[in-house]
Design a binder for this molecule. Structure first.
Ligand code: PLP
Length: 383
């Protein structure tokens, strides 16, 4: 899928582009017709905005298997959701488990708490068979392990953690499971109830095809119910009280929500449902296989992970990832280079020296797009 001036976009893991027409229509319709402030007043326009938001809560709750719409807490993005989920439940003295492929959105909040001396943390290996990963996790559990926070799928490889099995283990051991669904929401089926996920943190703007400006925590349990708040302020309810309300989701949603982005997210979830997660995933894997096979045959091109999916990391010997990405950019192709905010994942994959070039697919790519990308990579590699 190209822009009007022919730019080919392969950075969907950062944010999906283009957005479906239905999403653009939903955002503009909301701005035109439901422009009040949700939960702030009882006039028609405020109520319309509140209805947009409630509709998205219902859509998201049903999509991710939450029992009620109130189990969906809106945030600004995944990073905000992960920070809120972690900091709401963590207590001094707790031990936290994270995986070896985490994004900085997990590593940095955990490490910030650890540097205050509040918590300690250990890293389990997120690579290997399910049995190896689970036994690695078991070996790291301590008597004070209270939280696991980990990516379902990392952002530079396609290997998914066996979250359902990890969920059962955490439930048995009384560990709160927070899942970073930034790269799996909209790509793989997720059911917070069936998978025993306490809090699923997801973006609206990636695989759910909404616009930038909102994310969510989808709660699969009561873990966050009376937790600590990250920010406090107006919620539109219990205004005479100085403290934040106890109820979800208001307890964690201080301030005005981004109603147009939330209206777009409803349409994005409907788009993913109409396309079907399985069929979206199959298409991404087909495009991935096409590119992987062709790049494997090119001398000087190095690949890191052989699991098909929506992202493909590569390097060209003797040229820095930034240079490759700049050369592709000059040829009208957008990819991301560097460390992708994921130093742990690069260490695990063996690409920590320079990072890599990441291609990431979306719902609108065609095989022709992939052939054009492949040809340009070849032109750069053979120079
Ligand atoms: N976690 C992972 C695995 C990601 O790939 C990203 C972003 O790419 C994030 C978290 C942060 O997401 P957001 O930009 O929505 O905060």
């Amino acid at each position: 899928m190209k822009t009007a001036d022919g730019i080919l976009y392969f950075d969907n893991a950062a944010t999906t582009y283009p957005k479906p027409e239905s999403v653009i229509r939903a955002v503009t319709y909301c701005m035109r017709e439901s422009g009040g402030n949700p939960g702030r007043g009882s006039h028609t326009m405020a109520l319309r905005a509140a209805e947009e938001i409630y509709a998205c809560r219902e859509e998201a709750a049903s999509f991710f298997g939450a029992s009620e719409a109130e189990q969906v807490i809106f945030t600004m993005n995944t990073t905000h959701a992960l920070n809120l989920a972690l900091k709401s439940v963590i207590r001094p003295g707790d031990h936290v488990l994270i995986g070896s492929m985490e994004h900085n959105a997990v590593l940095r909040p955990v490490s910030a708490l650890a540097s205050l001396g509040t918590v300690s943390y250990s890293v389990f290996s997120a690579r290997g068979t399910d049995a190896q990963i689970l036994s690695g996790i078991r070996a790291k559990i301590r008597s004070n392990t209270r939280v696991m926070i980990t990516a379902h799928v990392p952002n530079i490889a396609n290997t998914a953690l066996p979250i359902d099995k990890i969920g059962s283990l955490c439930r048995q051991r009384g560990i709160t499971l927070i899942v970073d669904g930034a790269q799996s929401a909209g790509h793989l089926p997720i059911d917070v109830g069936r998978m025993n996920i306490d809090m699923l943190c997801v973006p609206g703007h990636k695989g759910l095809y909404g616009v930038q400006g909102c994310g969510m925590i989808v709660c699969g349990s009561e873990a966050i119910t009376h937790g600590r708040t990250l920010i406090e302020g107006g919620s539109g309810v219990h205004s005479l009280e100085a403290g934040m309300p106890d109820e979800l989701p208001e307890r964690y949603e201080a301030g005005t929500l981004p109603t147009p982005a939330i209206a777009g997210l409803s349409a994005g979830i409907r788009f993913v449902k109409q396309q079907g997660i399985a069929s979206l995933h199959r298409r991404e894997c087909d495009l991935w296989r096409r590119l992987y096979t062709d790049l494997s045959a090119m001398p000087h091109v190095r690949l890191y992970d052989s699991t098909p999916g929506s992202v493909l990391l590569f390097n060209i010997d003797g040229i820095s990832p930034a240079e490759v990405s700049e050369k592709l950019n000059q040829r009208g192709i957008c990819v991301r280079s560097g460390y992708h905010c994921a130093p742990m994942a690069h260490k695990t994959l063996g690409s920590i020296d320079n990072g890599g070039v990441r291609v990431s697919f979306g719902a609108f790519h065609t095989e022709r797009d992939v052939c054009r990308l492949r040809d340009e990579i070849w032109n750069i590699a053979r120079q």
